[in-house]
Design a protein around this ligand. Sequence first.
Ligand code: CP3
Length: 345
Amino acid sequence: MKLKNDLVLRAAKGEDIERYPVWLMRQAGRILPEYRAVRAKIGGFKELVETPERAAEVTVQPVDILGVDAAIIFSDILVVPEAMGLTYQMVESKGPWFEQTIRSEAELKFAETDFDIEDRLGYVLEAIKITNKELDGRVPLIGFAGAPWTILCYMVEGRGSKTFSESRKLLYTNPSLAHELLDRITKVTIQYLKAQIKAGAHMIQVFDSWAGILGTEQYAEFGLKYLDRIATAINEVPVTLFAKGAIASVNALAKLDCNTIGLDWNMDAVKIRQEIGESRTLQGNLDPCALYGTHKDVENLTTKMLDSFTSKRHIVNLGHGVYPDIDPDKVKTFVNTVKNYERKN
Ligand code: CP3
């Protein structure tokens, strides 16, 4: 089906755009009362993720309500470790929890690779198909997965953490186990992303949320190496790599075979543009906390960011996912400021 609004895809490929496109990480869920209503009806987060019709419904909500230029499929990065053999629970106001973790060779049996993606993750693929029917070509649909390093963090730690020290410990005490696990996650992730594209995802984003907890050398060895494999393998649609906190590795990331680099709010888009030239699109990167300001503040800060861009190769977003207690009206102000902005270059 031909897309009515393909700004995000054109911006990713460096083609001409009438204006900058805008969407928000974590726009599906978290902030919308309409999302919470659907979740309450069905029971919980996981039930929602695993029910394609409802997942499609909350995927489309931000397009209808916030007016963003892309939808992102409602799911989670943790569906991959679950498909590999580690089930998780999403504990209300605490986050994910895995009963089993992988910290030894013997536990590698909980990291399977030899299974059919359709069989274990078919519910995500079905949600993608339904979403595209409901979107009817209004905007592109973004598919996603966690980066191997970030997924390893959850498989080893078994839950969220500020330091992920069990995961970092493994890199020193048993690097070959870490590499084996990363290799397995990478294999499954490539198959999973290709299945999402086949189901109808127009674009792919890989989230390396815990990139910033590794030093530069370790991130090259345990992070970038596997992102490289994913970026090289996916060439059907544009690919965005978002390595949160990896300030020292942005230039190396930009050398991988991707279209767009996601920037967090600590990264300097102007400086990065000077360093990498026009070769990649930059996505981001307003501080999510900027949306706690007044409507006027949001407008001014967003305009200031847009004024700093010296290239058409930008997809506007926050520097990380939108926070749960942000007023959806402030998000609308952010979105509308971008949509009404007249590009000067
Ligand atoms: O962007 C979108 O709106 C699409 C859906 C999406 C979710 N999670 C839904 C979700 C996406 C892209 C993710 C990615 C994700 N999940 C990441 C990478 C991005 C990032 O934020 O760095 C990570 C690290 C996770 C793991 C995860 N999922 C955690 C730590 C938590 C609990 C804390 C939190 O973020 O709320 C989740 C739960 C989760 N994933 C929710 C949603 C809407 C909240 C569950 C709820 O309250 O309904």
